[in-house]
Design a protein around this ligand. Structure first.
Ligand code: ADP
Ligand code: MG
Length: 259
């Protein structure tokens, strides 16, 4: 028999051991190779991404920073299977996303990727609980809906409609909706962009916990350079190109970030 306390001790020991022995090679979850993305708007050609190559490691918290228009959302959309490259290739594990059929792309988006957007995108006439349920009904191995709401501490507000929730609360429901699908990869597009400082930090804390406690891979894009301090690695974008990539050996707890 194993008591809860013993289980807790074992988990803590395991975590410690894992930290001590964590200099093994990092497993690549995502790989972009020489990716170009061009948008054609009538006569005008916009080169949103130019020759972007990048590896994303399993279980890391990667922050991509760059000014507005630098190509952040475009990368996220390509990686999430929402848009297709102009040239270049993208892999998820050993599968090439850029070679997927439409049906494979749908399955990938549904089962593997969770999205969190700046303006939450909740369905206004569904309650918090129902917004999360919609996503579980479409996915293969969903999390329990209440469990997902509990992750973001919104289970006591489950019967409220989005209009009855603050921005921060709506974003927490949106994170629960993304997580309820049990995705390997969580893609967050300016998730704190519409929130005040304190609320933004609370949302960041939830995302960091999803990485640390549930081992999810998180890619967060932002124009706010201060947020990069919580990342394991930081990618800096400018005019559709990666201009800097660095490790953050000691990520700051979200509570310590100031902007
Ligand atoms: P960011 O997220 O860093 O602000 P985006 O990836 O949204 O930047 O955009 C990069 C560039 O591509 C911008 O110049 C933007 O106007 C252009 N762009 C993005 N999406 C489209 C689209 N669907 N059609 C035309 N141009 C687009
Ligand atoms: Mg954007």
């Amino acid at each position: 028999m194993c008591s809860t306390a013993a289980l807790g001790r074992a988990t803590r020991f395991l975590k410690l051991t894992m930290t001590v022995t964590s200099d093994q090679p990092r497993r690549i979850l995502l790989r972009l190779q020489n990716v170009d993305k061009t948008f054609q708007m009538g006569e005008v050609k916009v080169e949103a991404l130019r020759d972007v190559s990048l590896e994303v490691f399993a279980g890391e918290f990667l922050v991509m920073v760059g000014p507005s228009g630098s190509g952040k959302t475009t990368i996220l959309n390509l990686v999430g299977g929402l848009d297709s490259v102009t040239s270049g290739r993208v892999w998820f594990e050993d599968r090439e996303i850029t070679a997927f059929s439409a049906a494979e792309l749908t399955r990938y988006r549904r089962d593997t990727v969770g999205f969190v957007f700046q303006f939450y995108n909740l369905v206004p006439n569904l309650t918090a609980l129902e917004n999360v349920m919609v996503s579980t009904e479409l996915s293969r191995e969903p999390m329990d809906v209440i469990e997902a709401l509990r992750l973001v501490d919104m289970n006591d507000r489950k019967d409220h409609f989005p209009s009855q929730l603050s921005g921060g609360e709506q974003q927490r429901v949106a994170i629960a909706r993304a997580m309820a699908k049990n995705p390997t990869l969580l893609l967050c597009d300016e998730p704190t962009g519409a929130l005040d400082f304190a609320t933004g930090k609370r949302v960041l804390r939830i995302l960091v916990d999803l990485k640390q406690q549930l081992g999810r891979t998180v890619i967060l894009i932002t124009h706010n350079a201060a947020i990069a301090q919580v990342a394991d690695r930081v990618v800096r974008l400018r005019s559709g190109q990666i201009v800097e990539l660095h490790d953050n050996p000691q990520p700051l707890p979200p509570e310590d970030v100031v902007w």
